[in-house]
Design a protein around this ligand. Sequence first.
Ligand SMILES: NC(=O)c1ccc[n+]([C@@H]2O[C@H](COP(=O)([O-])OP(=O)(O)OC[C@H]3O[C@@H](n4cnc5c(N)ncnc54)[C@H](O)[C@@H]3O)[C@@H](O)[C@H]2O)c1
Ligand SMILES: [Zn+2]
Length: 359
Amino acid sequence: MRVLVTGGAGFIGSEIVRGLTSAGHEAVVLDALLPSAHGPAAQRPAGGDDGRLIVGDVRDRATVDRALYGVDAVCHQAAMVGLGKDFADAPEYVGCNDLGTAVLLAAMAGAGVRSLVLAGSMVVYGEGRYACRRHGTVRPGPRDPADLAAGRFEPRCPDCGEALVPGLVGEDAPADPRNVYAATKLAQEHLAASWARATGGSAVALRYHNVYGPGMPRDTPYAGVASFFRSALARGEAPRVFEDGGQRRDFIHVRDVAAANTVALEAVGARVPGSFAAYNTGSGEPHTIGEMAGALAAAHGGPAPVVTGEFRLGDVRHVTADSRRLREELGWRPRVGFAEGMADFAAAPLREAGAGLTV
Ligand SMILES: NC(=O)c1ccc[n+]([C@@H]2O[C@H](COP(=O)([O-])OP(=O)(O)OC[C@H]3O[C@@H](n4cnc5c(N)ncnc54)[C@H](O)[C@@H]3O)[C@@H](O)[C@H]2O)c1
Ligand SMILES: [Zn+2]
């Protein structure tokens, strides 16, 4: 199968390219080498495009048309990620993520490409799923900044104000995007579903949880928390853990995410025409941010984490996936355990500016 991997020079995309290639598929990459992801020094490869790496923007229809030549399926990873610097980033997020997806889907409709696997995200759920002893399953709203400033980090029951027990989020949980990036990731899914209905194509969104592993970008406002900790350790500093470190997440190794993409790409062409389905893509082994910082610091041999009590508006307290659907329907299994994965990541290099050109 010939697969177009958009964003294939990025952290996850480049691992997907490796996974596809070793499974006997052919990968073509379209990537704009965004400075926010690759640093200001990212350059086109010497000698120009070599046919497997097209340096260009998914918002540019002519480039996308060229990239789709002879392609059987598209694996859409290109996106601006992270929380960004401030709200002024919003047009760029919406442009890359949503206009870019619309241009890509229109080009796929034109070229008759009917199979799509989309990089989704658990951010579409907002706060995860919670249980109140009296009210059962509840969905707390955004946390009050005054509570956060006073160190009251746990969301409380919207009905009675009591403490809640966090649970696992299933794919059918209602969407509740809490920031611009989350809104753009949800819109991508809606666009993919519309495309599938209109063209008779089929689309699968893999809602990744917190992905970590070798090749993760260094710390920028666009990077994930594991990269902040890893970068601090590389400088000889202690990882700075926000809130009280008790935030629960599902950390999934990038190799397992790449494998999920391969199985989804191999299955998507045989799905019901016009269908769209979302799959949580997590390790199934929740851990706290504090545990993650501790595991990384220990494996790196660096200073122990410092819990700072700082917080970011728009962050959610707990969100952990129930990834049973992906395991049962597509036969995928995560293979990299938490301790092994963190030890591997603690020793692995982060991506430097200008990297990602060797796909
Ligand atoms: N890293 C995570 O924990 C995580 C979690 C959930 C979802 N995701 C999703 O996974 C995908 C890949 O993320 P990543 O972590 O590898 O980030 P990344 O920044 O390393 O990779 C994204 C790539 O997309 C490219 N890109 C961005 N906008 C583009 C455009 N308009 N045209 C062409 N290329 C463009 C960038 O240059 C970059 O190489 C994204 O869709 C992201 O939303 C990531
Ligand atoms: Zn209650």
